[in-house]
Write a protein that binds this ligand. Structure first.
Ligand code: HEC
Ligand code: HEC
Length: 283
């Protein structure tokens, strides 16, 4: 079951990329499919999740429910149905993704990793929206969000675009870009009591869901507490197949079913960047 699911996840982007003749628009949709369904793993929140991960038959039709002291929200329906983004303009969708505001001006709860999406290049933001437009409609009105006051500060993701060209030749810059838009550090950095963040990448964040409670791992370059001594292959295997260095299967919400489809060059760049994350032995 696991394998079938992970292959389906990886296949979505590939099938989509393959089924279009290559025009500029189709290239944009293919790039968007790649970003949404692999690197950025939007479905890891926006697709219904069970104990073993996402239900890909209802891809992007609304997913995880987050019940916190600050807000009670559900990851929205992103399909082209009217209960999803069907009635939104491209610019409205872009604004929600990159600034965290709905068309009526209301702010999205910072669970939506907008602070990481500030770095998106204009072309990548266009690509994400172009692809979302092609996602088949699914009728699913998610519960109305409830806000209890000002939310805690979002993770200081990134202020603004850092790349002019998403195919940047420098692996470290490209790796930083990809790890940022993949919002790896949102899960891999603990939230302390009071809402501040712990040490970047040092893990220790408890993530409850239909899978139970998973605790994120230390992915800094620390030799024992982190992944400093892991080989590139071991890191890539964990990211793309959900198998840890000691063969232990990783629990959701680690998004390996999506990451399975990340291109080898992009994975190499991501690993190169992860190796530069300062070593920390505690969250
Ligand atoms: C970590 C979980 C998470 C990830 C990953 C995530 N989102 Fe969200 N998103 C949410 C939640 C939760 C909401 C609803 C927030 C609220 O109601 O205040 C939301 C809201 C939105 C909205 C507003 C829709 C509406 O009807 O209000 C859009 C658009 C959106 N997300 C797009 C995306 C895209 C595109 C991606 C991937 C690039 C993505 N999200 C990744 C959790 C996530
Ligand atoms: C939605 C939350 C979430 C996101 C996003 C996420 N991870 Fe994870 N990751 C986890 C959790 C939880 C674990 C531990 C699972 C377990 O122990 O069963 C984990 C485990 C890992 C491990 C295995 C470490 C070990 O010691 O076994 C690596 C490597 C890793 N993640 C890298 C990444 C990278 C790189 C990204 C971004 C591409 C990423 N993760 C994105 C939640 C997340």
């Amino acid at each position: 079951m696991r394998n079938i699911l992970s292959r389906t996840g990886a296949a979505i982007a590939l099938v989509l990329a393959a089924s279009f003749p290559a025009t500029a628009d189709d290239d944009l949709v293919a790039r968007g499919a790649y970003l949404v369904d692999t690197v950025m793993a939007c479905g890891n929140c926006h697709t219904p999740m069970g104990p073993n991960g996402p239900d890909l038959g209802r891809h992007l039709s609304g997913g995880l429910h987050f019940d916190t002291p600050y807000f009670t929200v559900t990851a929205s329906n992103l399909t082209s149905h009217e209960t999803g983004l069907g009635t939104w303009s491209d610019d409205e969708i872009k604004r929600a993704i990159a600034t965290g505001h709905r068309p009526d001006g209301s702010a999205l709860a910072p669970i939506m990793p907008t602070s990481f999406y500030h770095v998106l290049t204009p072309r990548d933001l266009d690509a994400v929206v172009a692809y979302l437009r092609t996602v088949p409609p699914v009728d699913n009105a998610v519960p109305v969000p409830r806000y209890e006051g000002p939310p805690p500060p979002a993770f200081p993701g990134a202020e603004s675009p850092i790349l002019e060209d998403e195919q940047d030749a420098d692996p470290l810059r490209k790796g930083f870009y990809l790890v940022t838009i993949a919002h790896c550090m949102e899960c891999h950095t603990k939230i302390n009591e009071g809402g501040g963040r712990g040490t970047m990448g040092a893990g220790g964040m408890e993530l409850p869901g239909p899978w139970g409670v998973a605790v994120s791992a230390n992915i800094t370059s620390h030799p024992e507490a982190g992944i400093g001594e892991w080989s590139d292959e071991e890191i890539i295997r964990a990211i793309t197949t959900g198998v840890s260095r000691d063969e232990r299967p990783l629990s959701p919400p680690m998004g390996y079913r999506y990451y399975a489809g990340i291109a080898p060059d992009d994975l190499a760049a991501m690993v190169a960047y992860l190796r530069t994350v300062p070593a920390a032995d505690a969250p």
